[in-house]
Design a binder for this molecule. Sequence first.
Ligand SMILES: Nc1ncnc2c1ncn2[C@@H]1O[C@H](COP(=O)(O)OP(=O)(O)OP(=O)(O)O)[C@@H](O)[C@H]1O
Length: 498
Amino acid sequence: MTHLRLEGITKSFGSFIANDNISLSIEAGEIHAILGENGAGKTTLMNIISGIYQPESGQIYLENKLVKITSSQEAIQLGIGMIHQHFMLVPQLTVTENIILGKEKYWHLNLRKKHQEIASLSQTYKLEVEPTAKVENLPVGMQQRVEILKVLYRQAKLLILDEPTAVLTPLEVESLFAILRQLATAGNTIIFISHKLEEVMNLCDTVTVLRRGRVVATKTTQETTPQQLADLMVGREVSLELHKSPVSLGKTVLSVQKLQVLDQRGAIAVRDVTFELRAGEILGIAGVDGNGQRELADAVAGLGSVRQGKIEFTHNSFPLVVGYIPEDRQKTGLVLQFSIAQNLILKAFKKVPFCCRFLLQPQAIAKNAKSAMQEFDIRAVGIDVKVSQLSGGNQQKVVLARELSAEPALIVAMQPTRGLDVGATEAVQRRLLAERDRGAAILYISTELEEVMAMSDRIAVMYRGEFVGVLDAQRATVEEIGLLMGGGITRRSDAGTR
Ligand SMILES: Nc1ncnc2c1ncn2[C@@H]1O[C@H](COP(=O)(O)OP(=O)(O)OP(=O)(O)O)[C@@H](O)[C@H]1O
């Protein structure tokens, strides 16, 4: 039976058509992927299904009945539950409190009974969580389980997950997939948005590809390949392989010695890290999320709280320009309420040509924005669009355009392709490889092991704040790095700390 059918859904923002006459059917009990480039209209469509946006035209049928979904409340009553990319939990509250929040309207709330109820719900769906634990103390994968339980508690039958694996470790991804398969077997329908083609092939039954607001194909995963999906998304042939020129090392740009960095709570997050990075080299940092990578990146970019040790920039050019692509683009990388043009000059607005005699120069700012939008393929109707209105991938491209424009001698790139589609990922990686060939020294931090292996010349593995291995990227194997990442083998080095 068809669970959800959309007919001719159209939604515009001003003159921009984000969803253009979309029709598609989702069968009950299936896991259906929605794929598409950044800005293709996936989130907009999901927001329509979950009552956050109203389409200008088109119909929605649930189990063959015409419905109007005018609010999220109504979507919930119709059994539709959305799990957003950025979790919507209250960190200071417990698991149970978060799950029941907004649902219980009784004067007397028996919390102990609710804890039991949540415990039994979590057992039924094999979604293990501790009902009395505070959400702020839970790892990301657990927090996601709370989000899933929250929609199941509201008796959702259609679950929408917007890029749910973007922030998970490989083990957490495996356990999420097991949960989703089991939910589908139990009769729930799942819509799964992802940019990771292998995940889609692995998990989903069916996949619908959107391009520039329109449906371009619906296929079963059995009858397609990752390459075909990538080509359909982008509308041209995409290369899924990276071609890297041989490394040509220049002078040492960065020298880090016995570095200790504190995290936000004042605990030691980076311990005795020593390394050097040379012009024309990419040092990849592999590791499970939360092993000190963020603190190391912040410290090298001049934002961290260094407790001990030295960070020396040994490049001749003065001042040394550092390009920093931070992990959290929304909090650290951008001012969301500013326009694209304003965000692009955040680091240079006091300088010529953007400022002359204390006055901002609108023409120079506009010219810079137009050329950056073209070069980095930032998709929006114009340079004055607020960055908060851009799709996640396009926000990331704004950060990259700003940080790379000054031809930095050192680039610190943390999860630079997170949330990017295959075409944009390819473009970002090529661009960083071109920066390396220009002579930039690059610290490339990612929790995606394959990405680190493809991009790096050397790979340092971080575990509990330390470098537990520094390996030559050409000789390193996935198994070896995987073991080091999990603390499985003791430290080793075949590429030195150079
Ligand atoms: N509230 C809004 N106001 C103006 N434009 C918007 C708004 N929401 C989305 N858009 C535009 O609609 C287009 C589709 O955005 P949407 O977030 O649906 O894309 P997406 O496919 O989910 O992309 P991504 O993979 O990058 O998350 C984008 O170009 C975006 O800038």
